[in-house]
Design a protein around this ligand. Structure first.
Ligand code: ARG
Length: 393
């Protein structure tokens, strides 16, 4: 009998997978990652564990990996300014390599031969899981049942669970495919596949509709130290708490929604909507602070790095040499990213309205049009002549 470690969510697909693998003579060990998908309200991990066992798992690991997730994955991506195609803050993409890391770790501990996941053959997540696992241990075999099994619809899977007494909660199911963690929510499929359709309000889980919320703005101040957010409105928080808090505040003001047609690695364009209140607030504030403290050359070059970094994360290359090298670069850039940004949250918008930093490169005596002006305007004449010289006929 071969042993396999499965990334188990408690949902319909992965529950079928447990049984499906058992029928093919595998001993199935489930790994349930708590990445904050309960969104502060808490996920019922006892029920998930019971379901895995009912489906035939021999053992279930449930692990809260939120702290590690925010510290080692979310924070570096925030410092790097990693945003995919200008709109996606990469919540799902950042979670996958960490889950894969644990699959490999548990496989070693349990002396398993394979790992398995519930991704389809059309998405990015299969790539992220498998490339990461391959990098960490190329000897582990990978099984992706959804790519090869016989089920053609949700109904068939539900019937299969019924037949095998696997307790599946099908009533709560929304007509979307949803992935959630503390950094954000990804929502796709169903009516969203029609590009002409505005996303229905019921697709969103943690952000209030901007058209139904307070007519007053909310101000919030974020303090960063060397690129790491440390305080909200002057009060210190550990990173996980800070993110949860900003998800609440931002969500209440409709902040953090995005709707895009994105390019998947496998070459498919797909329409996806996202909710990421905290991530939106933190990226906005972090970027604003950087524009204050980074000199022009570094700031502009870092944009190129951000773009590449986002592609590496999206394309499953978290544990790659280039990503590691870019982390080195990003780390250096964060030395002076200390200071406070005051943001105004209003009807879904999030804009910086106040900035301060002990390392600010903004010199009022140079930029002012008032009488404190210290800039020697006469020098501009020679500068422009030399700068424009190559272009003069
Ligand atoms: N498109 C996003 C990504 O590739 C999210 C994928 C998972 N989305 C989902 N709704 N299940 O990272």
């Amino acid at each position: 009998m071969k042993k396999v470690v499965l990334a188990y969510s408690g949902g319909l697909d992965t529950s079928c997978i447990v049984r499906w693998l058992k029928e093919r003579d595998f001993e199935v060990i489930c790994f349930v990652a708590d990445l904050g998908q309960g969104l502060g309200r808490g996920e019922d991990f006892t029920a998930i564990e019971a379901r895995a066992l009912a489906a035939g798992a021999s053992k279930v690991y449930v692990k809260d990996i939120q702290e590690e997730f925010v510290r080692d994955f979310v924070l570096p991506a925030l410092k790097a300014g990693a945003v995919y195609e200008g709109k996606y803050l990469l919540a799902t993409a950042l979670g996958r390599p960490l889950i894969a890391k644990y699959l490999v770790q548990i496989a070693h501990k349990e002396k398993a031969d394979c790992i398995a996941h519930g991704c389809t053959g059309k998405g990015n997540d299969q790539v992220r899981f498998e490339v990461t696992a391959n990098i960490l241990d190329p000897r582990l075999e990978i099984i992706a049942p959804v790519r090869e099994w016989e089920f053609k619809s949700r109904e068939e899977e539900i019937e299969y669970c019924r037949m095998h007494n696997i307790p599946i909660d099908v009533t709560k199911k929304k007509p979307y495919s949803i992935d959630r963690n503390i950094w954000g929510i990804s929502i796709e499929a169903g009516i969203l596949e029609d590009l002409q359709q505005e996303p229905p309000e019921d697709a969103y889980l943690i952000t209030k509709s901007p058209s139904h919320i307070a007519t007053y703005p909310k101000y919030v101040e974020v303090y960063f130290e060397q690129g790491q957010p440390q305080k909200i409105d002057g009060k210190k928080y550990a990173l996980k708490r800070l993110i949860n808090l900003l998800n609440e505040i931002g969500g209440a003001h409709g902040v953090g929604r995005s709707d895009l047609v994105e390019n998947r690695l496998v070459g498919i364009k797909s329409r996806e909507i996202y909710e990421a209140p905290a991530a939106t607030i933190l990226h906005t504030a972090h970027r604003e602070l950087e524009s204050l403290v980074l000199d022009r050359e570094l700031a502009h070059f870092k944009e190129i790095v951000s773009l590449k970094y986002s592609e590496l994360v999206y394309n499953g290359l978290w544990f790659s040499p280039l990503k590691e090298a870019l982390d080195g670069f990003v780390h250096t850039t964060q030395q002076y990213v200390t200071g406070s940004i005051r943001l105004k949250l209003f009807k879904g918008n999030c804009v910086a309205v106040g900035r301060s930093s002990p390392h600010s490169l903004y010199k009022k005596e140079l930029s002012t049009y008032g009488k404190e002006d210290k800039f020697d305007q006469k020098l501009a004449n020679g500068f422009i002549k030399i700068w424009g010289m190559p272009y003069r006929k």
